[in-house]
Design a protein around this ligand. Structure first.
Ligand code: GDP
Length: 177
């Protein structure tokens, strides 16, 4: 049974975007004595990873859903339960930016998610040739009508170096409350 101060957060995005690495980084940052999985040991998500973080008097329960095409149809079922969304983009993968945008569009226009706070992460900012937030924003811009009236933040992050990980989690904590 869910506690009343528990909030469910979906972590979505294409396979290889860095969802699992991000969740590990977040858990490492916010869990005492948690040393995490060595990033080299993390394999791409097939199915579901779950993690929990207790912060500012609430519990965030994360669902990291597999990004592969075959698994995207399962996302729907989790939408009804979610209080927040993290959408992870591989900023270094220009070839798949359009694909990521299409998946994003489909997700964001789902009625079950209307009004749910949205954190968009431009991940892999440690890589020298990656797209910056200013370049990524316009790609996702015309999804604006679906973003609608909700808390929304696009931020640069590196799940690998953990740069920007705290800020995102703190923002989400305040937004879901
Ligand atoms: P998922 O499929 O979305 O869960 O992606 P993973 O977390 O499994 O990451 C996919 C690959 O990208 C792995 O090789 C990660 O080490 C790598 N990766 C994830 N985040 C970053 C990052 O911020 N920077 C870099 N350079 N690599 C990353």
């Amino acid at each position: 049974l869910k506690q009343k101060d528990e909030y469910c957060v979906l972590i979505l995005g294409l396979d290889n975007a860095g969802k699992t690495t991000y969740l590990e980084a977040a858990k490492t940052k916010f869990t005492k004595n948690y040393r995490g999985i060595n990033p080299s040991k993390i394999t791409t998500t097939v199915g579901l990873n779950i993690g929990q973080i207790d912060l500012s008097g609430i519990r965030l329960s994360f669902w990291d859903l597999g990004g592969q095409l075959e698994l995207q149809s399962l996302w729907d079922k989790y939408y009804q339960e979610s209080h927040g969304i993290i959408y992870v983009i591989d900023s270094n993968d220009r070839d798949r930016m359009e694909e990521s945008k299409e998946v994003f569009d489909k997700m964001i226009s789902n009625d079950h998610l209307s009004g749910v706070p949205l954190l968009v992460l431009a991940n892999k900012q440690d890589l020298p040739d990656c797209m910056g937030v200013r370049e990524i924003k316009p790609v996702f811009q015309h999804s604006g009508s679906h973003i609608g009236r909700r808390e929304c933040l696009v931020m640069p992050v590196s799940a690998l170096t953990k740069e920007g990980v705290d800020e995102g989690i703190r923002w989400l904590t305040e937004s879901v409350k």
